[in-house]
Design a protein around this ligand. Sequence first.
Ligand code: ZN
Length: 246
Amino acid sequence: MRSNKSSRTGLYLLLAALLIGVGLLLTAFALRPSLAIGVDRLARLRAWFANPAANSEWTVLGGKRCTPDAPMLMPTDGYIGFGRGDSFRPGHRHSGYDIFTPDGAVNTTPVIAAYDGYLTREGDWRSSVIIRHPDFQPVVGGEQIWTYYTHMASADGAQSFIASQFPPGTHDLFVPAGTLLGYQGNWSGTAGNPTGIHLHFSVVKSTPSGGYENETDIDNTYDPAPFLGVTRNAAGVLICEGGSDQ
Ligand SMILES: [Zn+2]
């Protein structure tokens, strides 16, 4: 009786160990592609920061329309180092584009409005603005959408690089496409934890009542690619091919 019980316990332990093992294997397998992408992206980002001019085919230019039928203008200069869906850590999926400056300095690379709309900067926003685009016909067929621009502040958060005509508390102010919104910075939201100088840009869905959804959740955003006319080259880099200025 006793040995029967202990052998059954042993069997349960073995089964539990097997299940945990299988679980770990499945988790490792599920994470493998995103981790591989991450390493790839990080290597390219290091190459970009080391010498932007040597990687000019990766460079996107603010104010450019990447394809003739792209509705939005590229919002800044740089390299689109991280795209929508990229994973920085297990379980995380990035909601927009991170466009890294070619300048190597904060407060020098302009950020512009990608499309006509109505700008809001909430009272406690140091580095972000969001623009409402009602009745947006291209790509989404008449929905209201928003474009979000962030990281426009110094690494310690003390200095905002947002243009002075958009102070905290600005609400629904009309701005035409191409309006200067501010300059790229590296404020991450946490003092002393800089992100690398870039613009985070995302296309955000509206709430049923007409507000903006939380853009940190990828499901609340659209892929910026069809809005900007961005494509991937053979190596998987997000690029802005051809097109015209404005
Ligand atoms: Zn980002």
